[in-house]
Design a protein around this ligand. Structure first.
Ligand code: CUA
Length: 319
């Protein structure tokens, strides 16, 4: 597999496998057409040298009888790949439009400025939970993704797994994906949606079924109780300040307009793929989010040094 994170010239799942050969076909035909046209032009220019006088008007216009023959030939040659790509596209679209079998899991993904809300559905209400930006799925089974728009139009794209589908406010669009094997697959918002469109990444983590079940069970847990004095003070601050937008299940922080932080330390990246989730970046994000991601809805916090270390001590427990 190539190391280009958003490269779409290889595939890692059933849905992308359907589209990949068509992508290569179209690419190769397009390159060939460009080369052939360039070659013909070159030949034409070389043959049609103006006569010794150099006066273009003295070149006789020939009306040979074979002009139409060339046009028919050109039309026929270009019609064949066009027809092939038309039929192929129809077939690929039909195959890729829906999951091949009943989805093993249904996710509700909502695009927000500028992050992804991910809701795991279940027939058991107690097993429903929400996370952000990092989507874990079991490998080898089809996953249905219902896409919603939180504010403006975004577009959900995991190149190696799934094509682009817009998230539109007031409308539910369906997408699906299936990872062939465990791994990390990167995605991005692919519809311009404002200042931080470029910082609206996401990751799909495909896992074996046991690993996924373990992850899911851990995500269902409420936040653990703080142990140290500092962590207890930190929880108070998180409830009082972060809790106006964020949720930490099991605490008084219960707002849902920003990413759920109940297990924020289990995620690899912060701020929707903007920076790796390290203690330093987390501190920088809390104090000065506007420097990392100008225009985002996360306000700078201006905590005192002690408050910041308490908040960090508590957040570190949210694994
Ligand atoms: Cu969201 Cu671009």
């Amino acid at each position: 597999m190539s190391t280009v994170p958003l490269g779409y010239l290889d595939a890692a799942g059933r849905r992308a496998d359907i589209v990949l050969p068509l992508t290569w076909f179209t690419l190769i035909v397009s390159v060939l057409v460009c080369l052939i046209i360039a070659a013909l032009l070159w030949i034409g220019v070389r043959r049609r040298r103006s006569p010794a006088t150099g006066d273009i008007r003295s070149v006789p216009i020939q009306r040979g009888g074979d002009g139409l023959r060339w046009i028919s030939l050109g039309l026929t040659i270009s019609a064949v790949p066009l027809l092939v790509s038309l039929v192929w596209t129809m077939v690929a679209l039909a195959k890729a439009s829906g999951p091949p079998s009943d989805p093993a899991l249904t996710l509700d993904v909502t695009g927000h400025q500028w992050w992804w809300e991910v809701r795991y559905n279940s027939a058991q209400p107690a097993e429903i939970f929400t996370t952000a930006n990092e989507i874990h799925i079991p490998a080898g089974v089809p996953i249905l993704v219902r896409l919603h728009g939180g504010d403006v139009i975004h577009s959900f794209w995991i190149p190696k797994l799934s094509g682009k589908t817009d998230t539109i406010p007031g409308q539910t669009n369906l997408s699906w994906m299936q990872a062939g094997s465990p791994g990390r697959y990167y995605g991005a918002c692919t519809e311009y949606c404002g200042a931080q469109h470029a910082n609206m990444g996401l990751e799909v983590v495909a896992q074996s079924q046991p690993d996924f079940d373990q992850w899911r069970a851990a995500q269902l847990d409420a936040a653990r109780e703080p142990a140290s004095e500092s962590q207890i003070r930190g929880r108070g601050l998180v409830e009082y300040r972060c809790g106006l937008c964020h949720q930490v299940r099991g605490t008084r922080a219960g707002a849902v307009s920003a990413p759920d932080l109940t297990h924020v330390m289990s995620r690899r990246m912060l701020a929707s793929g903007t920076v790796p989730n390290t203690p330093g970046n987390l501190a920088a994000w809390i104090q000065n989010a506007q420097a990392l991601k100008p225009g985002s809805l996360m306000p700078n916090q201006y905590l005192t040094g002690e408050q910041l270390s308490d908040v960090l001590a508590y957040l570190e427990t949210l694994k």
